[in-house]
Ligand binder design. Structure first.
Ligand code: S3P
Length: 434
């Protein structure tokens, strides 16, 4: 991949409508379930990001026909639960932990062998969290000392298990539920804290009998998925950068239409409101079985908070953005119980702390979080370490720093948010390739 650096500079007040792209989690799942369903599914609002395109490409390699009539639209001719065809080619998940972990569960139940590979960052991410419980179901998956590539052996009879997740993870839960489609008997997953329930909701929409409530999901093997149409909401995690930007830039007012507001995703909304943010939700409605609404954010002075630990799983992808809000808030923000941040696309505690110190913020790393003293940002040079959310968070920081912020290694923003720069500049950012 060619290396891309950005320069972000102080902006004029931010104004306008910001239509962020489709939800990454929902897009991955819509592709997988459509592929395994019987009949033709129509997906609208599909995220045209590298992560979700990689999942679609894997399924195409496994024999699924997928058409792209227009941007964000996919027509998938499902092959049925047992219709995938094996391939000797490696299946490349790119940068996507969600793609690899969910596919591991799905492929564990196939008659053929497969190999899942990923990019440099994904190749360092822990996979035992999925391979161990899948092994308890009867799957055989080889790792490289717990890391990708994953060699998934086919033809293994699976049996349902009852599994309590050691850490809250929707990816692990979803991998087990997908393997559970192929298992004999009942698969039940219990979570220490409820996580996003898109897999459960979507399985139900595709006609699979499933019982679920916050913190628990249960299904049995031996049913069928029936094709259906999927409406993907705008990604709250992409909206998050604009919620922080709108909060910290004096005079800002932004409207973000039709954003997915699944309560397992909107922890940042609560966190920012605790910090004094002015964010309104209008036109709340349901779309494709998911709550959506328009978010209106206006500038407001923020103050530091002791972040309630219970919010952590509901905002697990939003910490880089929250750290920037905390860096310019008045007073101290304390984050605890967020050790999972260390195994995301980068070690997000370490990468944020290094970058924030480089631009004059005061942050102290702790094993499971950080203590941030709000103040002014000087500007300077930071390295995103190829982590999309870190690159976008420092682009937001550049709006209020005294000097420009130069951000290294930003190409991976395309994994989750293609067109971020154009959208950002359209509402008043001053963000350019450097
Ligand atoms: C996701 C779950 C979360 C999140 C990731 C997407 C999903 O990961 O960080 O971006 O779509 O299930 P974990 O399951 O590792 O917490």
């Amino acid at each position: 991949m060619t290396r891309l650096d950005w320069l972000s500079q102080p902006a004029r007040a931010l104004h306008g409508n910001v239509r962020v792209p489709g939800d990454k989690s929902v897009s991955h799942r819509s592709m997988m379930l459509s592929a395994l369903a019987e009949g033709r599914s129509h997906i609208r609002g599909f995220l045209e990001g590298e992560d979700t395109r990689a999942t679609a490409a894997v399924l195409q390699k496994l024999g699924v026909r997928i058409e792209t009539p227009s941007e964000g639209e996919r027509i998938v001719d499902g092959v049925g639960l047992h219709g995938l065809r094996g391939t000797a080619q490696a299946l490349d998940c790119g940068n996507a932990g969600t793609g690899m972990r969910l596919l591991a569960g799905l492929l564990a139940g196939q008659a053929f062998d497969s190999t899942l590979v990923g990019d440099e960052s994904l190749s360092k991410r822990p996979m035992r969290r999925v391979t161990e419980p899948l092994a308890a179901m009867g799957a055989r998956i080889d790792t490289q000392d717990g890391l990708p590539p994953l060699r998934v052996h086919g033809g293994q009879p699976l049996k349902g298990i009852r599994y309590t997740l050691p850490v809250a993870s929707a990816q692990v839960k979803s991998a087990l539920l997908l393997a559970g489609l192929y298992a004999q008997g009942e698969t039940e997953v219990i979570e220490p804290h409820p996580t996003r329930d898109y897999t459960e909701r979507m399985l139900a929409a595709f006609g699979w009998p499933i019982e679920f409530e916050p913190g628990r999901a249960r299904l049995s093997g031996g049913h069928r998925l029936r094709a259906t149409d999927v409406e993907v909401p705008a990604d709250f995690s992409s909206a998050a950068f604009f919620l922080v930007a709108g909060s910290i830039v004096p005079g800002a007012e932004l409207r973000l239409p039709a954003v997915g507001l699944n309560p397992r995703r909107t922890g940042l909304l609560q966190a920012l409101r605790l910090m004094g943010a002015d964010i309104a939700v209008e036109n709340q409605r349901e779309s494709g079985g998911e709550p959506v609404g328009d978010l209106i954010v206006r500038h407001a002075p923020l103050h530091g908070v002791e972040l309630p630990e219970a919010l952590v799983p509901d905002m697990i992808d939003e910490f880089p953005a929250l750290f920037i809000a905390a860096a310019v808030a008045q007073g101290r923000t304390v984050v605890r119980g967020a050790a999972e941040l260390r195994v995301k696309e980068s070690d997000r505690i370490a990468t944020m702390a290094a970058g924030m110190k480089a631009i004059g913020a005061r942050i102290e790393e702790t094993p499971d979080g950080a203590i941030i003293e709000g103040g002014a940002l000087r500007g300077g040079e930071v390295d995103s370490h190829g982590d999309h959310r870190i690159a976008m968070s420092f682009a937001v920081a550049g709006l209020v720093a005294q000097e420009p912020i130069r951000i290294a290694d930003c190409a991976n923003v395309a994994t989750s948010f293609p067109g971020f720069m154009e959208l950002a500049n359209g509402c008043g950012f001053d963000l350019h390739a450097a």
